[in-house]
Ligand binder design. Structure first.
Ligand SMILES: [Zn+2]
Length: 497
């Protein structure tokens, strides 16, 4: 670790950071040419370790989520389908594919269920550790899969680890704030909590004709959740300065008024400059300023991954954000890793903005900001949390096994009481859990646009909304941008860029 400054930013305050990583996550492969590359998580981890950040944070391999855990949000039949399906078995199963939204964007690949249980396991473990109070910030770059619905796949996402993590946080916190800085609307999470005032969701995303097509300013929640969904659609080319001219005042207002007990920040990196699918123009520093800004409130913070389709930029940015979480300043010169060659010709940590035009004008951003702040005035000022009885936590035996030492278990037990005193609130354990005919995901029928649209539509640029009808007629297979019949292994080697 050197002392070169990172674009003039200091390291920021130190925090207790726990970071979840399962080395198997890099082994999974969606399909030849598919833009989602799970090995970007491994690239990130290689940078984290070779920068020496592992000495500054606690790294744990999380337990994989069990079927029982996954069905706290998802339907039994969907989880069972994911558990038992194989690439061979799914051939010719047109009905099942249609039912669970399995197609080129969301393929069945070898080890899919394990991949999902690793991703979800990390986010749920992160929530449990934040609930314990032993860490200030919990990181799971394998999580953040915000499009998954309770009964189907969407936008490369199968299991919504974020919803599962928030459900875990709600056992201890009366109010949870979810922020989504991925280039795509965080529709799956918003939909799950659309009628609840206990989870406030905020999504900054590319608006207009862009997957998934939802997330208008006027989509504000419903019922008790009215005004607790916040959407900030943006135009292409947004740069660091424009982004923060709207991000910071809105988040400041929400933190002041909503006063959440925990914050979940989905750090999708397809909002970076030069992303293969995105169209924003953020640098790693501008993206990381969202982490910096939320960190300063000193509220338990979860950092999750998400989109991000230029792996060399994804990994540099998530490594940088890990360092910001820990309050460690990194040298701009990248350490040697097995992926070193991909970072040429400069081999630097920075992901610079490009010269693409910014279609977001000051006046239009001001107008959106004013409208959002106007909506947020309807949020009643959150009361101080009263002291109440706290439920026993729900550690599985497996989870307890993951603790590294008895020392920490002892420490944890003590701190749990402190946490209880601070923001205790009784939460009925099953309040948000799935039942047969009602649940968080069922409540948004009037606004959810269920048209199936392309996420990975490389061939059609930023647009390419395709309806179910068109897909049924077979048009959906054209222009997918996913080459057919490529050799998976060969593709995997080329996938790093
Ligand atoms: Zn995205």
């Amino acid at each position: 670790m050197g002392s070169t400054t990172t674009n003039g930013l200091g390291p920021g305050p130190k925090s207790r950071v726990i970071y979840f990583y399962d080395e198997d996550v890099g082994l999974y492969h969606y399909a030849g040419g598919h833009p989602m590359k799970p090995h970007r998580i491994r690239m990130t981890h290689e940078l984290v370790v070779n920068y020496g950040l592992d000495k500054k944070i606690t790294i744990l391999r999380p337990d994989r989520s069990t079927r029982k855990e996954l069905t706290k949000f998802h339907t039994d039949e969907y989880v069972d389908f994911l558990k038992h399906i194989t690439p061979e078995k799914v051939e010719d199963q047109e009905q099942l594919k249609a039912r669970f939204n399995i197609w080129d964007d969301n393929p069945i690949f070898e080890g899919l269920y394990e991949f999902c249980s690793i991703s979800a396991g990390g986010s749920v473990a992160a929530a449990k550790r934040l609930n314990e109070g032993t860490f200030d910030i919990a990181v799971n770059w394998a999580g953040g899969l915000h499009h998954a619905k309770k009964d189907s796949a969407s936008g490369f996402c199968y299991i919504n680890d974020i919803v599962l993590a928030i459900l875990e946080l709600l056992k201890y916190h009366q109010r949870v704030l979810y922020i989504d800085i991925d280039a795509h609307h965080g529709d799956g999470v918003e939909e799950a909590f659309y009628t609840s005032d206990r989870v406030l969701t905020v999504s900054f995303h590319k608006g207009g004709d862009f997957f998934p097509g939802t997330g208008l300013v006027e989509d504000i929640g419903a019922g008790k959740g009215k005004y607790y969904s916040v959407n900030i659609p943006l135009d292409s080319g947004i740069d660091d300065e424009s982004y923060h001219s709207i991000f910071q005042p809105i988040m400041q207002h929400i933190m002041d008024w909503y006063r959440p007990g925990a914050v979940v920040l989905q750090c999708g990196t397809d909002s970076l400059a030069g992303d293969r699918l995105g169209c924003f123009n953020l640098s790693n520093v501008g993206h990381g300023m969202c982490v910096d800004f939320m960190k300063k409130f000193n509220v338990p913070l979860m950092l999750l991954g998400g989109g991000g389709y230029t792996p060399k930029n994804v990994s540099r940015t998530w490594c940088y954000e890990t360092s910001r979480a820990a309050g460690v300043q990194l040298d701009q010169h990248l350490p040697y890793t097995i992926y070193f060659d991909y970072f040429g010709p400069d081999y630097l940590l920075e992901v610079p903005a490009t010269n693409m035009p910014n279609a977001n004008h000051r006046q239009s951003l001001e107008k959106i900001k004013r409208t959002i702040l106007e909506h947020l005035r309807h949020i009643t000022h959150a009361p101080s949390v009263q002291m109440q009885q706290v439920p026993q936590d729900h550690f599985s035996d497996d989870e307890m096994d993951a603790h590294e030492s008895g020392d920490r278990d002892q420490q944890t037990a003590d701190i749990r009481v402190t946490r209880a005193e601070r923001d205790a609130q009784v939460v009925r354990e099953n309040e948000y859990e799935e039942s047969d005919d009602e649940g968080p995901g069922t409540e948004r029928k009037h606004t959810a646009r269920r048209n199936r649209v392309y996420y990975s539509n490389l061939g059609m640029g930023m647009g390419g909304v395709t309806t179910d009808d068109e897909l049924t007629k077979g048009k959906g297979k054209v222009g997918m941008g996913l080459p057919v019949g490529q050799d998976g292994a060969a593709e995997a080697r080329m996938d790093v860029d």
